[in-house]
Write a protein that binds this ligand. Structure first.
Ligand code: FE2
Ligand code: FE2
Length: 283
């Protein structure tokens, strides 16, 4: 796995709690912990059921899970046509695997929503009825017109997904925190696959699939949508989420971390990285 930065700046400088907190701060293997690790409630037991949640936090978790599930189900719709059209047998198999993983992630987010009773079920019904083009985030309403789009999407958009999930890692809501490790390891496969597709397109060109120019066009198409996915720089919701111990980073901090990880990867392949404000819709 690419070395991601350690816990966010809101993590306590010294909590004096279980060794797991220290492990987290040092960026080591993360063991499940029962206490809230950052924000004003540091050291207090995590929330384990939906009825323990303060109403603001409850609303926030429902909102974030709806967006999470929406992206998972949307990406299945985007990948589906490539099950039969990916260039190699291995690529078709990985497409099938990605679709199965995204379905499982959608299910996992919906299981969390189900714990919110009737309200959660209403959202699940709505999510399952959504068609292509009706999703919340722009990146999930765009078709994969070429194989390069599959590569750029999985390399860039799935990588944003990893940052979103890492922001929830060991968060204050136990059921959500426990869903993270498996989802993260599956997402890692997706983004490595995406980087590999782009790399091969640049190196091998039509011997593999497409051309280096197609890879570059796809990067220009998806990079700004990936940056937009982090949300507004001055988002009040992201500030609140940190305070509740739910998310580690503000939108802007996560976006900056993504940029410093991703740009060298693309440049290392010989691809040009668009500027951070190119074609952006969400400032
Ligand atoms: Fe996913
Ligand atoms: Fe994914």
């Amino acid at each position: 796995m690419t070395n991601l930065p350690g816990p966010g700046p809101t993590a306590p400088a010294s909590s004096g709690h279980a060794p797991a907190s220290k492990t987290l701060r040092d960026g080591g293997t993360i063991q499940p912990v029962r206490e809230i690790l950052w924000g004003p409630s540091t050291g207090v037991r995590k929330y384990e059921t939906s009825d323990e949640l303060p109403s603001d936090l409850r609303k926030l978790i429902v909102k974030l899970m709806v967006v999470q599930a929406d992206t998972e189900f949307a990406s299945i719709q985007q990948h589906r046509p490539w099950l039969d059209h990916a260039p190699t047998l291995e690529d078709r198999w990985i497409e099938a695997r990605i679709i199965a993983d995204e379905a499982r992630h959608g299910l996992q987010a919906c299981r969390i929503l189900r714990d919110f009773g009737e309200e959660g079920q209403m959202w699940i019904d709505e999510l399952l009825a959504k068609k292509e083009g009706e999703h919340k985030l722009d990146a999930f309403n765009m078709k994969f017109d070429a194989w390069a789009d599959v590569g750029a999407f999985t390399c860039l958009v799935d990588r944003v997904g990893v940052y979103q999930l890492r922001a929830f890692q060991e968060c204050s809501y136990g059921p959500l925190a426990r869903a993270m490790p498996l989802m993260l390891s599956e997402e890692q496969l997706h983004l490595n696959f995406g980087a590999n597709v782009l790399r091969r397109m640049v190196r091998e060109g039509s011997k593999y699939a497409g051309t280096p120019e197609e890879a570059q066009t796809a990067v220009r198409r998806w990079y700004p949508r990936a940056l937009d996915m982090f949300g507004h720089s001055k988002s009040e919701t992201s500030r609140k989420a940190i305070e509740y111990g739910l998310k580690r980073w503000t939108n802007e901090e996560a976006r900056e971390r993504f940029v410093s990880e991703t740009n060298p990867i693309l440049q290392g392949m010989g691809l040009e990285v668009p500027s951070a404000d190119f074609d952006r819709r969400i400032p």
